[in-house]
Write a protein that binds this ligand. Structure first.
Ligand code: PLP
Length: 462
């Protein structure tokens, strides 16, 4: 299997080179040359295997034996040994037609751990085995940073710098990132919002001379390996269902920001996983909902909400979807993205919009709806939703039809977002790993919202 760019100007490369490249060298995103298809027979033979075994089965379609099986197996086992449940991503039954896939049982209590615990191991392996220098640079709306830092802190041969929007992440998110005192970690608190952070990162990765000189590696979902690692739990969710439930039309709802998690679902579906509707749930930053409704992709005004990890206007993985929507025509993707850079919007034809409607449903959930859903489910079933997952549940309940089965992804643990939960007068017990963060010393540098300010810090750190 080789990997190519959505914009068509990168010669096909293997798996490890794709991981190291992160953002494609032509400014696009890396995708597999062909998406492998898992037959129904193979899929059913995977029933009952562990999360770790499933991971290895799925990765085998993509890694070309560039990593010996035993090495990959060891990495996968180490990665998921840090999770608090043996299933890694267990299914919780809410009622007869609705399940929650809990993705928050990793070290930092958000779904980002699932991919980033593995990526930490993988980078460490590539550093040792291939002698590559690994300098990770990433932007976070709160959870990616914490998970990436947890994945590589103290690891030899790796340094990591994470940009987060100053005072726009939750307290627990900030503490998880900044109370780490390993010398290979640098936190930059940027006086701007997440889109500003992400733009600085993307521009630095697009500067090939700078990227090469400083050995910049990506952990954001611009990196294909993160997308691939996330497909595993879509398959695992399906395989955990009873055969009767697995035969129903299964809709999956994903609280979305950068379109990374749900793109993994799109990939899983293309690989043959029988998913019905893929439902995009967003908050009041609803560029994706507007796109699915009108065919216009245009960033709006930034809004701070109860679900800060989804306070995103420019969804970087959108380009991967566009590539498939445009029938894998890279030249057309490049033209559309060049035009987007110039004019700040994309408008697709009615014909393509009809296709979008077959691929996705979408709902932007207001702050009030989000809180009301947390309250309702807490009272009804004693299940405490985090605000991101609550947006998901509102979308699920909106689109659910008779006879269908819903799986809503729980992308974070509610303890990470107590600022919002406490507005409802709900008092939650913090898990010990979170409670102990509050009296630790913080390490971060507050900087201006500019590429130059980031570069100055990087030159001193890397
Ligand atoms: C990152 C994040 C999201 C959004 O995921 P994307 O892959 O960016 O769409 C949703 N919920 C939580 C809790 C997150 O941390």
């Amino acid at each position: 299997m080789k990997f190519i760019s959505t914009r068509g100007n990168v010669a096909p490369v293997g798996f490890i080179d794709t991981v190291l490249m992160g953002l494609a060298d032509d400014g696009g995103l890396m995708v597999p040359e062909q998406i492998p298809v898992v037959s129904a027979q193979t899929l059913s033979s995977w029933r009952g295997i562990s999360y770790q075994e499933l991971f290895l089965k799925i990765f085998a379609y993509y890694t070309n034996d560039e990593i010996p099986y035993e090495d990959l197996k060891k990495m996968v086992e180490t990665s998921y040994s840090t999770f608090r449940t043996p299933e890694v991503t267990p299914l919780h039954k809410l009622n007869d037609t609705s399940y929650i896939l809990e993705l928050f049982h990793g070290p930092t209590f958000a779904f980002k751990d699932v991919a980033l615990q593995f990526i930490g191991e993988l980078y460490s392996y590539i550093s040792k085995k291939h002698g590559e220098i690994i300098h990770i640079l990433g932007a976070t709306s709160g959870d990616t940073g914490a998970a990436a830092i947890a994945g590589v802190r103290g690891k030899e041969g790796i340094k990591i710098c994470i940009l987060h929007p100053h005072e726009k992440v939750s307290k627990v998110q900030e503490l998880q990132m900044t109370t780490v005192d390993d010398s290979n970690v640098l936190n930059l608190s940027v006086k701007g919002n997440f889109d500003d952070c992400q733009k600085i990162i993307k521009d630095l990765f697009a500067d090939l001379e700078f990227k090469g000189k400083y050995h910049l590696r990506a952990i954001n979902s611009i990196n294909f390996v993160r997308i691939l690692a996330q497909t595993v739990y879509y398959f695992y969710a399906y395989l955990q269902l009873s055969e009767a439930d697995a035969g129903k039309k299964i809709n999956v709802t994903v609280p979305s920001g950068n379109f990374g998690n749900i793109f993994s679902g799109f990939l899983a579906k293309k690989m043959g996983l029988p998913i019905g509707k893929l439902i995009i749930a967003t908050n009041e930053n609803n560029i994706l909902e507007r796109f699915v409704r009108t065919g216009e992709y245009k960033p709006g005004d930034f809004k701070a909400t109860h679900s800060p990890s989804m306070d995103i206007q420019v969804a970087s993985n959108f380009e991967r979807y566009l590539y498939y929507l445009l029938d894998e025509d890279a030249a057309q993707v490049k033209a559309v993205m060049d035009d987007f850079k110039l004019n700040g919007e994309i408008k697709i034809s009615d014909e393509l919009l009809a296709q979008v409607g077959l691929d996705f449903a979408a709902l932007g959930v207001s702050n009030d709806q989000c809180l009301a859903a947390i309250d309702k489910y807490n009272k009804q079933s004693g299940y405490l939703l985090d605000p991101h997952t609550a947006c998901g549940i509102v979308a699920t309940d909106t689109f659910q039809e008779e006879g269908e089965l819903a799986i809503t992804f729980a992308t974070a643990h509610p303890a990470k977002f107590n600022e919002s939960i406490s507005l409802l007068g709900i008092e939650q017990q913090f898990p010990a790993q979170i409670a102990q963060l509050f009296d630790r010393e913080q390490h971060q540098v507050v900087i201006e919202n500019s590429e130059a300010a980031v570069v100055e810090q990087l030159k001193a750190f890397f």
